[in-house]
Structures are given as structure tokens and as C-alpha cells.
Write a protein that binds this ligand. Structure first.
Ligand code: GCO
Ligand code: MG
Length: 402
């Protein structure tokens, strides 16, 4: 069996998605997500110029060997562009293997560990009252876990608050837009949101919050401590994790569970965090961290230290990543939760899939492979449009983390 053809499809049904399609000499094909928000075309070039020519003629059944070939063989390891490309190849090959075996992906991984995958949705509002209402509407939709973000008085365009509620995710403009940040104002305001949420809805629902890399370790420690009475499921990206040791300081001061890793590419980004038990949830996902093959290694390391998974599932990852992640989640023994920011109807139409939402959970389907396809004719109707995430500056103009 040989890889006969491999090509990249770029489509923008509301936002940009990069898809790799690998075709075999036996008529079976597989698809993988290669989307890197705001840097999409760099992965297209990496795949087209440097990866796809090597794949032609290879045996698509040799997933592990091809992974090692692309990782070790490149000499230049890791990094978001490389690893998004490796992930796309790996995901497409697992899709092919599933189709060849006539089995859904989770069966190939070792079978079902749970009946459904608990997800969390995104509730946000311009102020506390709006966020409270948004959480209420997620509860009405059946969610059992909800991430809550709110606008902060005195901060224009705070992270996590924006146009529309269900499909929120800012990536607009041909150049990044500017936002302003002030951690002092944020730290004063956010505990009030969670106090109000618990008074309104009680403790039967899981609440989550994303700090989006804005705080220093000691500020994150203060927030974690202030939120303890409201028993969060997790506080995410409390501080940037380039220095994994930074989490030790947060950990020393608070029992609020910590999650990090949506921007990690490999097990090395998470190794110290996991081995020193500095986090509770690891957020790596299929498209960012080397596909199913590498994600499994990260999850297995995490399991040794009672760290659970909580895969990134924002709308800048295509339904292919969501589909593959759900098979992974259905199998992985140390599953925690799965993020689920809904894709728009246009996106869902371009990527027909068999997963479905039910009672606060997602269920992967039984279609062989990962269960997600691409309608290429429809995809062609939505050409690529440059779109960037915003940037953030402090009030005095200093560049900060968005
Ligand atoms: C999350 C995230 C995302 C990111 C986005 C960047 O927790 O869902 O932080 O919303 O901002 O994926 O492209
Ligand atoms: Mg996040």
C-alpha cells in the first residue's frame, strides 16, 4: 500500500482552516487538520514544499515510522509550524488506518473508556450581569461545565468578550487589532463574577476560567486564592508556561486546580509541569501537539502523576481536530474534560461529521476513522482571507500577552 497523492485545502467558511488530504493507491483517503490561527499559510508552505514530496510512495500504514521521519528527520524539531504539519499527517494516517480496519479510531486506540465526553462551553458578557445570563443559557442547553469570562470596567476589549456569544473567537482584520490590558483591574473584578455565579446557580455546575497568559506568577497565585471559595474546575493559562517552573510559585499558594498547554507542541513543553505535579490538567490537542501519536505519549506521562486531559477545542481548530480529539477522549484513561466552542453552520457544512452534542457531552460516532470529512466543492466557495488575533498593550503602551 502506498501514498499516491497528498494535497492541502485552504478554506474560510467564516474563519480559515487548513486541511491535509492524503490519498492512497487503494482508493482510501484520510484527512488531517493543519490550522494555525493567524499563521495559516506558513503551515501550507511547510507541508507543500517540505513534507508532501517525501510522503509520496510511503506506506501509509507505518504511522509511527512516518511520525519519526518527520520529527527526527527534519533535524529542526518542534515549533508550532512544524508540529501542526506533523499533526495533520498523523491525523490523516490514523483516519486511513481506521477506514482500512473498518473501525472508529477509538477502537484502534484500545476501545471505549467512557460512554460520553464531558465538554465545557464558553459563556461571556460585557459585564457580570451579561455573563450570568450567558451561563444560564448554557445551563439551559444542557451543559454541566461552563467557562465564564466577563468585561472589566475600565478595560476596552478584555480577553474572552466579544461579538456574538455562541461562536465567539476574535480573528479579524488584515492586521491585528489593538486591545488594552490592566491586570490590577482584572484581579479586582473577576472574583465578583464567580461569587455571583455561585450565588445564582449553586455548586452543581463546573465553572472554568481562562487567564490567557496575562498574569505574573504571584498575581496568578492571588487570583487562585481569591477564587478558592467558588471551587473552580480549573484556572487556565494563569501565566505563560515557557518557564515551566513559574507554576511552582502559583501552586505553593493556591488549591485552585490549574490547566495549561493549548499552545504546547510537544511533551517537552509539559514535562516539568507534569513530573513536578505543578498542574492538574494538560490542554494539548491533536492539531498542536503531533497528532494522536504524540498526544498519547503526553497523556500517558500525565497519567503517572494524576494529571488529566482537557484538550483545547476553540473554533480555530477545525472539526477534524474536534472529531479526532473526541475519539482520543473516548479512549484516554485519564480524561478530564474537552473544550467545545461551537463551529458555525457554514463550517459544519464544509466538514460533515458524525459527532454530536447530548446532555452536556459530545459523543463520537462509529464511522471508520475519525468520522470527519471535507466537502471540497463547498470548501472552494470560501477562499482564504487574512485574519489575525488581536494584540494587547498595557495602558502605558507596553506590549503584553494577548
Ligand atoms: C481557549 C483559548 C482560545 C485561543 C485561541 C487562539 O481557551 O479556547 O484560549 O480561545 O485564544 O485558540 O487562537
Ligand atoms: Mg485558553
Amino acid at each position: 500500500m502506498k501514498i499516491q497523492n497528498a494535497r492541502v485545502i485552504v478554506t474560510c467558511p467564516g474563519r480559515n482552516f487548513v486541511t491535509l488530504k492524503i490519498e492512497t493507491d487503494q482508493g482510501v483517503y484520510g484527512i488531517g487538520d493543519a490550522t494555525l490561527n493567524g499563521r495559516e499559510l506558513s503551515v501550507v508552505a511547510y507541508l507543500e514544499e517540505h513534507v508532501l514530496p517525501c510522503l509520496i510512495g510511503m506506506d501509509p500504514r507505518r504511522i509511527e515510522d512516518i511520525w519519526q521521519y518527520l520529527y527526527r528527520g527534519a533535524y529542526w524539531r518542534r515549533g508550532p509550524v512544524t508540529m501542526s504539519a506533523v499533526s495533520a499527517v498523523d491525523t490523516a494516517l490514523w483516519d486511513i488506518k481506521g477506514k482500512m480496519a473498518g473501525m472508529p479510531l477509538y477502537q484502534l486506540l484500545g476501545g471505549r473508556s467512557r460512554e460520553s465526553v464531558m465538554v465545557y462551553g464558553h459563556a461571556n458578557g460585557a459585564d457580570i450581569e451579561e455573563t450570568i445570563d450567558a451561563v444560564g443559557s448554557y445551563i439551559a442547553m444542557g451543559y454541566r461545565a461552563i467557562r465564564a469570562q466577563t468585561g472589566i470596567p475600565g478595560i476596552k476589549d478584555a480577553y474572552g468578550v466579544g461579538r456574538g456569544t455562541l461562536f465567539y473567537e476574535p480573528a479579524d482584520g488584515t492586521l491585528p487589532s489593538n486591545t488594552v490590558w490592566d491586570t490590577h483591574k482584572y484581579l479586582t473584578h473577576v472574583p465578583k463574577l464567580f461569587e455571583k455565579l455561585r450565588t445564582t446557580y449553586g455548586f452543581d455546575y463546573h465553572l472554568l476560567h481562562d487567564g490567557h497568559h496575562r498574569m505574573t506568577p504571584i498575581e496568578a497565585a492571588q487570583l487562585g486564592k481569591a477564587l478558592e471559595p467558588y471551587r473552580l474546575f480549573w484556572l487556565e493559562d494563569a501565566t505563560p508556561a515557557e518557564n515551566q517552573e513559574a507554576f511552582r510559585l502559583i501552586r505553593q499558594h493556591t488549591t485552585t486546580p490549574l490547566a495549561v498547554g493549548e499552545i504546547f507542541n510537544t511533551i517537552w513543553d509539559a514535562k516539568d509541569l507534569i513530573q513536578n505535579q505543578l498542574i492538574d490538567y494538560i490542554r494539548t490537542t491533536v492539531v498542536r501537539a503531533g497528532g494522536i501519536t504524540h498526544l498519547r505519549r503526553i497523556a500517558d506521562l500525565a497519567a503517572l502523576y494524576q494529571v488529566r486531559t482537557g484538550s483545547h477545542g476553540a473554533t480555530d481548530l477545525s472539526p477534524i481536530t474536534m472529531g479526532a480529539a473526541l475519539h482520543f477522549d473516548t479512549w484516554v484513561p485519564n480524561f478530564g474534560i474537552q473544550e467545545y466552542m461551537r463551529h458555525t453552520e457554514e463550517t459544519d457544512a464544509v466538514f460533515p461529521h458524525d459527532y454530536r452534542f447530548e446532555a452536556g457531552a459530545l459523543l463520537c460516532g462509529e464511522t471508520p476513522g475519525h468520522g470527519v470529512d471535507i466537502d471540497e466543492n463547498l470548501a472552494a466557495k470560501y477562499p482564504y482571507k487574512p485574519a489575525y488575533l488581536p494584540v494587547a498593550r498595557l495602558e502605558d503602551g507596553t506590549m503584553w500577552n494577548w
